[in-house]
Each structure stands twice: as structure tokens, then as C-alpha cells.
Ligand binder design. Structure first.
Ligand SMILES: Cc1ncc(COP(=O)(O)O)c(C=O)c1O
Length: 361
């Protein structure tokens, strides 16, 4: 048996601790999970109805072309369906992009505190990762452009960025894409796009008219509340879309996901409610962190990074024992910090109360 060398160097992704695991390990019943940036309000009722209906046809393979789902997304965005590819979460699409663009020895450029899966996916292909130091918790766009070499195949802009929650502003993005060579792929990962309230956030779609080296990634996992279903999509030139479709498996978007996605897009009220509640939740966190004298990063997503000023693993474990699951910053090379998802009002209050108790120790 001969495992490819690149694979031997990869560690499994450490996801947020599942509620069931904490129940088992700590014997607790009342647990809240604010660790994986999930939607605390569930998903749209229209999506639930569509999913139940789709169960009746679950003996059939899904439509391999995703015709109706692509049509629905295309109508929503005002673009051609031939510029859309779908898959089992944007996580899969990140891996497929790397499998198309990265050979052994190639490089990707990303922020040093950004989404881990860009690194893992490049390494699976034998690529290496150039990490550019963050600038005041923001992606250093200029530094990233300057880090491009002849070996660079992909530049990753997560905006809002996970875990910092900060965005790449319109003028920065335009500046960067003008300077990035045309044979380098620019991925704009907009997993948390719907939550953004900053007016300087760019509308990336029109950029596709002038730049054939851009891919935009989006997901139904966050604001649409369908993380467990695994549904993401990308938007790119027809040429890139064709390559993506030839690598993505024919049935990588399951039948229930296709129907739920179509229905979720129709439920504008749900999305509006989620975005409003999330913005209120962020403000609540800021107010409470100010009261507690804790440093935090203003976020455009559905999570906030807060600096506990002490050992984050210790705080994480103490919060766990109180039934509150968050993500310790050490995982992201931000020791002392915690990343906490914006939950319901009640969940946010419970987190703040628990954190206060832990820190007063
Ligand atoms: C920046 C970013 N991109 C992509 C993803 C992947 O999301 P999914 O695979 O659920 O679509 C995540 C998930 O946390 C993320 O934070």
C-alpha cells in the first residue's frame, strides 16, 4: 500500500464539538452550541416543506445537472445558469477547485488567520501554502498581492473572513484584482455574505463580466440555516464552471438539498429576520464585551472573536462544563481569544453570563 506523501502530512479538520459528544462526555443535558457558526433559528419553513416532499422520491437519484436549482439561483442573481456549479457544501467546492488548479509544488496565498480548509485542500494536492500576516485582524490585501509568485495558482479572499469576521472592502478588492495576474485564480468566499451590513462590502457578481479568473463561493449552511444538508454553490466563467462540473460528482448535490435550496431562496422573510436578529446579536455581544472590558473584533458575520485575556483552552473547558460550546482561539493561532457564534437572544445571554462567571472564577 502506498499512500501519496502529500496525504501523510494532513491532519483531520477539528470541527466544533457536537452537542451529543459533550452530553456523552460531561453527562450534561442542557447544552448550547455556539461553536460552528450555525443558524440558531433553524431554516425556512418553506425549505422544511420541500424537504419532506422530496423524501417521497428519495428512491430516485437526484438530477445530476441540478437544472431547477441552478435556474432558481440564476434567477435570484440575474446571471446565466451556465455560470453556476453546485455541490455538497462549499467545502467540497474548495477541494474541487484545488484539484483543478493545484499540482505538486504549486502555491496558494491566503491570510494567516483564515479558513483552514483552503490550506488542507491545497496540501491534499501536494501544494504549499503562503500565509500572509493579518493586518489589524483584516486580510492584508496588498500583502497578499505582493506574495504572489510564478508558482501561485489560487489567492483566497474569505470575506467576511472566518474566524475574524472582517471583510475586504470594495476599493481593496478592485485594487487587488487589477493587479493579480490573469492566470492566477481569485476565489472570493462569501459564505457569510448575507450577514454583512457594511456599505463598503463589494457586489462581486459584476466583476465576473471583466475578470475570467474569479470564482465566487456561497453556501446555504449559514444564513439559510441548512448546514446539516450540505449545499453550496459557486459562480464563475462558463469555462471554469465546465471544469468544475466535470470533477464534481454527478450526484454530489442530493435530491433533498436541491429541493430545499430552491424553496429557501423564495423565503425572503426568513432571511430578513435572520439578518436582523444577527445584527442585534452582534451589537449585544459588543455591549456586553465593553461592559466586561474585553477586547473584541467587530464582525460582519454571525460570530465574534473576543479576547479573554487568559488561557482560552482553560476558558473553553470551563464553559463546556457549563454546557456552552464555543471555539478556542488557539485553534486559529489566536491564543487567549474565543470565537463565539451569535445565537438566539437567550443563548447569547447565557454565553455572556457563563463567560463572566468563568472569568471572575
Ligand atoms: C469561510 C468559509 N467558507 C466555507 C465554509 C464551508 O461551508 P459549507 O461547506 O458548509 O458550505 C465555511 C464554513 O464554516 C466557512 O467559514
Amino acid at each position: 500500500m502506498k499512500i501519496r506523501e502529500a496525504i501523510t502530512k494532513i491532519k483531520a479538520y477539528q470541527a466544533g464539538k457536537p452537542i451529543s459528544e459533550v452530553k456523552r462526555e460531561l453527562g450534561l443535558d442542557d447544552i448550547i452550541k455556539l461553536a460552528s457558526n450555525e443558524n440558531p433559528y433553524g431554516c425556512s419553513n418553506l425549505a422544511k416543506i420541500a424537504m419532506k416532499k422530496a423524501v417521497e422520491e428519495i428512491n430516485l437519484y437526484p438530477d445530476a445537472s441540478n437544472f431547477e436549482l441552478k435556474k432558481a439561483i440564476a434567477e435570484e442573481l440575474g446571471i446565466k445558469p451556465s455560470m453556476i456549479f453546485c455541490g455538497t457544501g462549499s467545502d467540497l467546492l474548495i477541494r474541487v477547485l484545488c484539484s483543478i488548479f493545484i499540482d505538486a509544488g504549486d502555491e496558494i496565498v491566503m491570510g494567516d488567520i483564515s479558513f483552514q480548509r483552503y490550506e488542507d485542500s491545497a496540501k491534499i494536492m501536494g501544494g504549499s501554502v503562503v500565509k500572509v500576516k493579518m493586518k489589524n485582524h483584516h486580510l492584508d490585501v496588498e500583502g497578499m498581492v505582493n506574495a504572489i509568485t510564478d508558482k501561485t495558482k489560487i489567492v483566497w479572499f474569505a470575506t467576511p473572513n472566518n474566524p475574524t469576521g472582517t471583510i475586504v472592502k470594495k476599493d481593496e478588492l478592485l485594487w487587488a484584482i487589477d493587479r493579480i495576474p490573469k492566470d492566477v485564480l481569485i476565489v472570493i468566499d462569501e459564505a457569510y455574505k448575507e450577514y454583512v451590513t457594511d456599505i463598503d462590502y463589494p457586489d462581486s457578481l459584476p466583476l465576473l463580466n471583466n475578470y475570467s479568473n474569479i470564482v465566487i463561493l456561497r453556501t446555504f449552511s449559514k444564513a439559510y440555516g441548512l448546514a446539516g444538508l450540505r449545499l453550496g454553490y459557486g459562480i464563475a466563467s462558463e469555462e471554469i464552471t465546465q471544469y468544475m462540473n466535470s470533477v464534481i460528482g454527478p450526484f454530489d448535490t442530493n435530491l433533498i438539498a436541491q429541493e430545499a435550496g430552491i424553496a429557501a431562496l423564495k423565503d425572503k422573510e426568513f432571511l430578513k429576520m435572520i439578518v436582523t436578529k444577527n445584527a442585534e446579536g452582534r451589537e449585544y455581544y459588543y455591549k456586553e464585551f465593553n461592559r466586561l472590558g474585553l477586547e473584541y473584533i467587530e464582525s460582519q458575520a454571525n460570530f465574534v472573536m473576543v479576547n479573554t485575556g487568559v488561557n482560552d483552552i482553560d476558558v473553553f473547558n470551563k464553559l463546556l462544563r457549563k454546557g456552552v460550546i464555543v471555539r478556542p482561539g488557539s485553534l486559529f493561532d489566536m491564543p487567549g481569544w474565543l470565537r463565539v457564534t451569535v445565537g438566539t437572544e437567550e443563548q447569547c445571554e447565557r454565553f455572556v453570563k457563563s463567560l463572566e462567571e468563568v472569568l471572575k472564577g
